[in-house]
Design a protein around this ligand. Structure first.
Ligand SMILES: [Zn+2]
Length: 361
């Protein structure tokens, strides 16, 4: 089965606007606001009007660290957190562990399930199996669905970005009728897949660091802080946290991250199959987002400030450290040299495609 990226025209990812010569700093919320206005202002206006009386359900499909949470957050920034909710099945399952430890919360949960759960395995047995092993894979699909339904029932009707469902091939057919189950009968539902080179995922993981004090995540290669340190003993550069409360703490990597994505190879392959399978479905709209654009097309499609920067470092004679910023170029999954895009540039394409699916039709 060929990858759906081959069925989506590269022009869908064009963010260049004629006669717009201004540069935007995409890390700054104020600049970002003006950036979205300049690039997709008309589409945002039309969608905002549409969202006054309508909602929809989107199913995120994407590999680990592909940016699902980041894109949802940017959508909330643009359209309002009161309009959109991002529901992560992984978070719900983690919360389930805690709720089952609390007698009152456990009671509430079992009461909700006694009214809404339908499945072959009893709620009690599902809970028992889950508590013994504590992994989501032991929860029956019907149980996971009821958990999500409960979360949706607990807040006013909003646009939903669902992350982590479907997670397996047999969950795809549940997703097809999910909106009926949660009483969003007339709402459009959409699959949104993220196409991201494995090399990007690998380097996001390998160079990931976190502040030991405030836990802020950064990346030695892709998301640097202003102050850099050098470890004479290990002969390596490191980031210093720029949170004023952290006194320039040395940011550290997590055990195992240096192995990169090989540790999650099986999961990545399943996610790839899941995307291909979903894109072969009929009767449901699909959106494909690309994290990367071939370098050869870059000039035509995107602006320089939309390209993810890559950082390297050099020690100067006076002992100071110089940060060298360049464009991040990686081989995509087909071996083509590509630029990796900053998240807001990917969201521009999401907004354009949503506009086509929901309004222009
Ligand atoms: Zn910190």
């Amino acid at each position: 089965m060929s990858h759906p990226r081959n069925d989506f025209s590269l022009s869908l990812y064009k963010t260049k606007v004629k006669d717009l010569n201004r540069n935007f700093n995409l890390m700054s919320p104020e600049d970002r606001h003006e950036y979205f206005e300049a690039k997709v202002g008309q589409e945002i206006k039309a969608l905002k009007e549409f969202f006054n009386g309508n909602t929809f359900i989107a199913y995120w499909l994407g590999k680990k660290n592909s940016g699902k949470g980041t894109y949802s957050k940017l959508m909330m920034e643009i359209f309002g957190a009161d309009k959109i909710s991002h529901i992560s099945v992984g978070d719900l399952v983690r919360r389930l562990s805690n709720d089952l430890d609390d007698p009152q919360k456990k009671d509430d949960l079992l009461k909700y399930f006694s009214e809404h759960y339908r499945g072959y395995i009893s709620v009690e047995d599902s809970v028992k199996a889950f508590l013994n092993r504590d992994t989501a894979s032991l929860l029956p699909n019907e149980f996971v669905l009821t958990l999500v339904k409960r979360e949706i029932d607990s807040s006013p009707k909003k646009i939903i970005f669902l992350d982590g469902f479907p997670r397996t091939l047999d969950q795809i057919s549940y997703a097809l009728y999910f909106r009926n189950l949660i009483d969003y009968r007339q709402d459009p539902d959409i699959f949104i897949a993220i196409d991201i080179p494995e090399n990007v995922l690998d380097e996001r993981m390998k160079y990931r660091v976190v502040c030991p004090i405030c836990q802020t995540p950064r990346n030695l290669k892709l998301l640097a802080t202003p102050e850099i340190g050098y470890d004479e003993e290990k002969k390596e550069f490191y980031l210093k946290c720029d949170n004023p409360n952290c006194n320039q703490a040395r940011m550290i990597s997590k055990e195992g991250d240096n192995l990169g994505i090989e540790a999650i190879r099986d999961r990545l392959e399943l996610d790839e199959i899941l995307i291909k399978k979903v894109f072969s479905l009929h009767g449901i709209p699909k959106i494909l987002l690309r994290n990367s654009i071939p370098v050869s097309e870059g000039q035509k499609l995107i602006d320089d400030y939309e390209i993810t920067p890559a950082y390297s470092y050099r020690r100067l004679d006076d002992g100071k450290i110089e940060t060298i910023e360049g464009s991040y170029v990686v081989k995509d999954d087909e071996g083509v040299d590509s630029f990796s895009l900053m998240a807001p540039a990917v969201v521009v394409s999401l907004i354009k495609q949503l506009y086509s699916v929901l309004i222009k039709k």
